[in-house]
Design a protein around this ligand. Structure first.
Ligand SMILES: [Zn+2]
Length: 243
């Protein structure tokens, strides 16, 4: 349901976000194994490098979860849908009751309880109130220095040994050219009061993207425009039961 009054008094806020990549970045190359998490960069149809919105959203959700738990919020256990709000299957009784303690866990028009993180990033029963763009590299592909291929081997996570015949190649973006990837984060008018402060805090915890930072890929810093967080906003980070 759309609440017209809310829309009128609280317009959508747009954060313009730029990731400045300080080192070479791992690009998901055809034929390499691994999940999306191992492929933080892909290409657009016109061959521009791109950090998928899902990468950014997933990482930011994870960081915001850790921060808000640390501040004393009751937060559900993703990513299994049954363990997330509003179901929260198998939650210990005393832990489950914390979700029903105050209005911070309610959203207009829904009788169920959703944690702060689900209210921002969504769950199977609630749409995300924070919308992420892909971050697209502004540099034209033809202006980039020739790319390098980094050979690697697939490590067996259980045995911690290199698997035979699993040599793969990570395509990386050029090192030390300060590539800029830009996109918007849209904060919907009905998102929780603490959204801006939590996003800013979460971004500060992301110093790298992708699964290969241990081999020196993917370190970055952020340039953030359109996100002003004042004293009042920081106060909203404290849950009602502590305030
Ligand atoms: Zn939740």
């Amino acid at each position: 349901m759309i609440y017209l009054q809310e829309l009128l008094s609280n317009p959508v806020e747009t954060i313009s976000l730029t990731a400045v990549i300080d080192t070479a970045l791992c690009v998901g190359a055809g034929g390499s194994s691994g999940s999306l998490a191992d492929k933080p960069i892909v290409r657009t149809a016109d061959n521009k490098l791109l950090i998928p919105a899902s990468q950014l959203k997933g990482r930011l959700r994870h960081e915001c979860e850790k921060i808000s738990r640390g501040l004393g919020w009751a937060i559900c256990q993703g990513p299994n849908p049954q363990m997330m709000c509003p179901q929260r299957a198998d939650f210990p009784e005393d832990e489950a009751r914390r979700f029903q303690r105050d209005e911070d866990y309610r959203v207009p028009g829904d009788h169920r309880y959703h944690c702060l993180i689900c209210q921002m990033f969504g769950n199977p029963a609630l749409p995300s109130r924070v919308i992420f763009d892909d971050l697209i590299c502004q540099e034209e592909p033809e202006n980039l220095p020739p790319e390098v291929l980094r050979p690697g081997v697939t490590i067996n996570r259980r045995r911690h040994t290199a698997e035979e015949k699993k040599l793969y190649f990570l395509e990386t973006s050029p090192a030390n050219v300060q590539l800029k990837f830009t996109g918007d984060i849209l904060i919907q008018p009905n998102s929780p009061a603490s959204t801006k402060a939590l996003i800013l805090a979460g971004l500060h915890h992301i110093n790298a993207l992708g699964g290969s930072k241990s081999v020196g890929l993917g370190w970055l810093r952020w340039e953030i425009q359109g996100l002003s967080v004042d004293e009042k906003d920081w106060q909203t980070l404290l849950p009602g039961e502590i305030k």
